[in-house]
Design a protein around this ligand. Structure first.
Ligand code: PRP
Length: 192
């Protein structure tokens, strides 16, 4: 599919590349300030915050976010999936775990979008049991209209009031469109 074909499938750009990059820069600065020495960081060993990227959607956001954090930072990756058996739609399972322990660390979960809230709720519960020094959430998009499970988001990029199916900047439809530098709505005829 050429770039022209992809663009012809977009009905509306909700967040342009410039808008996203400006907001990511603000988030990076806020995170750096919060986790600086004497700030909110709780790791008694003084290790840098560990950003946990929730694959696959958050990959693009994480890549930009860490480059807007001028202080020391580490990152690691997890992958989750819904059971999707039709009987327990909220059930989430970890299909790729972290490569290192988070006990005593300042852990920050990085999401592209929080929708029903089930994924982040599951991760907050299961990761809290690993006894990090602190555990917070950074999400580029908070799709409030779809929330079923209440969650606290410490750092939010944008609040999306409308319940629209969106793609781009890491978010996909059938694994496509993740590489778009903006966030957009697909024309309904291209959603089966
Ligand atoms: C998306 C998104 C979040 C989750 C949010 O992931 O990246 O992880 O859904 O939805 P929730 O709040 O309803 O749990 P998705 O399952 O589409 O996988 P992906 O990240 O690989 O695209």
């Amino acid at each position: 599919m050429t770039g022209e074909v992809i663009e012809s499938r977009i009905s509306e750009i909700l967040y342009s590349e410039e808008t996203i990059q400006a907001r990511v820069k603000e988030l990076g600065k806020k995170i750096a300030d919060d986790y600086s020495v004497g700030g909110l960081a709780c790791d008694v060993q003084g290790r840098p915050p560990l950003l946990i990227c929730i694959l696959h959607g958050a990959l693009v956001f994480l890549a930009d976010l860490v480059r807007q954090i001028p202080t020391e930072v580490e990152f690691d990756f997890i992958c989750v999936a819904s059971y999707g058996n039709g009987t327990s739609p909220g059930a989430v399972r970890l299909i790729k775990d972290l490569e290192r322990p988070i006990e005593g660390r300042d852990a920050l979960l990085v999401e592209d979008i929080i929708d029903t809230g089930d994924t982040i709720d599951y991760l907050m519960r299961s990761f809290a049991a690993r006894r990090p020094a602190s555990l917070r959430v950074c999400a580029l998009l908070d799709k409030v209209a779809r929330r079923e499970t209440p969650v606290h988001i410490d750092y939010t990029g944008f609040v999306l009031e409308q319940d629209k199916f969106i793609v781009g900047y890491g978010m996909d439809y059938a694994e496509l469109y993740r590489n778009l530098p903006y966030i957009a709505v697909l024309k309904p005829e291209y959603i089966r």
